[in-house]
Design a protein around this ligand. Structure first.
Ligand code: FMN
Length: 370
């Protein structure tokens, strides 16, 4: 069934969808997913069609039980519309957001631009979201959620948060509200959104140190991760990791969008007026190199969530063998179709069997074993 859906998506639906404005298509998918998630009947039907389950994919990471290692990355479901439907689609976890203390209507359009030859998307949303309070209210309205989800927190994209102290207080305000309301199983501190007012102020060690010192004053037992930039040299990246380890965060998400429009992986012409970071295959190599180096240096100290350019089971497995405990994706699903999650999970089980592993956790970092 998944094969048929994948075939129809790629041959019939995608060619039509890709003729329309990407943001409109995205908004329609969010509305459809929100509706499907409302009723137990549609949730069950979606599960029967899309979801693949296997005990070999189950693992506990940072005290949380994951039914499989494949999550939805931050930015697809900015305002928590899909929490009820994503488990049925076969995801093992998801990231809401990025959310900010105050709502933001987003940067001027166009904010999404497809790069079909490069299998990527230029993203220029600039942290569009309805704000943390409305998101908390929406999630509370769902009742009990039996599905691990993280809330990704960023700094409100306006001139009032540009000063260091104001920026830190903005993150603090969001995290405090989420923790007080008991919303989120995990938290992600997004320091790497490339499309914001004042740039990325927390990608230097001293400023990241100041941010994490303040955030760690909020008492929570829930795991906390940092979403990392990928256009940093290893030495600079490693300086940030040292700060993250010093503050005893659980791990890192590697990583965010590719900022270099001239990267050799980009095969499409990008017009001058198209601004933003690039997702998909143009992130693949940078993210993999940083995952491998982080694993070698911090194995056992930092959980790694690998993101960037996953389009099939082999891609997900590659990141896991390089050192990722869990993986996430967005662009692969847009290019390949919603059946991709089940296909990846099924493919991972085959790859585990082939390599003689009885559980996904045994494959983590195996590229580095001599
Ligand atoms: C439409 C879109 C919006 C995104 N928004 C965010 C965001 O708000 N916060 C964030 O941390 N990452 C955001 N990202 C980056 C993704 O979470 C991910 O790191 C990146 O796209 C690489 O994964 P992929 O190749 O599977 O898409 C966004 C990506 C896309 C495609």
């Amino acid at each position: 069934m998944r094969k048929v859906i994948g075939f129809l998506y790629k041959k019939a639906l995608k060619p039509v969808l890709f003729k329309f404005d990407p943001e409109r298509v995205h908004d329609h998918f969010i509305k459809a997913g929100h509706l499907l998630g409302k009723s137990s009947v549609t949730r069950k039907a979606t599960k029967a069609i899309f979801c693949y389950q296997n005990d070999r994919l189950k693992q506990i990471v940072d005290g949380i039980e994951f039914s499989n290692p494949v999550g939805l990355s931050a930015g697809f479901d900015k305002d928590a519309n899909l929490l009820q439907i994503l488990p049925s689609l076969g995801f093992g976890f998801m990231q809401v957001g990025s959310v900010t203390l105050k709502p933001y209507e987003g940067n001027p359009q166009p904010r999404l631009y497809r790069l079909p030859k490069s299998k990527g998307i230029v993203v220029y949303y600039g942290l569009k979201n309805i704000g943390v309070e409305k998101i908390i209210k929406r999630i509370k309205g769902y009742g009990k959620i039996d599905f691990p989800y993280s809330v990704s927190i960023a700094k409100t994209n306006d001139s009032c948060t540009v000063k260091l102290r104001d920026g830190i207080n903005d993150y603090f305000g969001s995290l405090e509200k989420l923790v007080n309301e008991g919303i989120g199983d995990m938290y992600t501190i997004n320091i790497s959104c490339p499309n914001t007012f004042g740039g990325e102020p927390f990608t230097t060690p001293d400023k990241l140190d100041a941010l994490l010192s303040k955030l760690k004053s909020i008492k929570t037992q829930k795991p906390m991760y940092v979403k990392m930039p990928i256009n940093l040299a290893w030495t600079d990246f490693n300086e940030l990791l040292k700060v993250i380890v010093k503050h005893k965060l659980n791990g890192v998400i590697i990583g965010n969008l590719q900022k270099n429009h001239n990267d050799p992986s980009i095969k499409d012409f990008i017009p001058e007026n198209i601004k933003g970071g690039i997702s998909g295959k143009p992130t693949w190599k940078l993210s993999n190199d940083l995952i491998a180096k982080t694993y070698k240096e911090y194995q056992g100290q930092l959980t790694i969530i690998g993101v960037g350019g996953i389009f099939n089971a082999n891609d997900a497995y590659e990141k896991i063998k390089l050192g990722a405990n869990l993986v996430q994706l967005i662009t692969g699903m847009i290019y390949e179709g919603p059946q991709l999650i089940g296909e990846i999970n099924k493919g991972l089980v085959k790859l585990l069997e082939k390599d003689g592993f009885s559980n996904i956790s045994e494959a983590v970092g195996t590229y580095h074993q001599s």
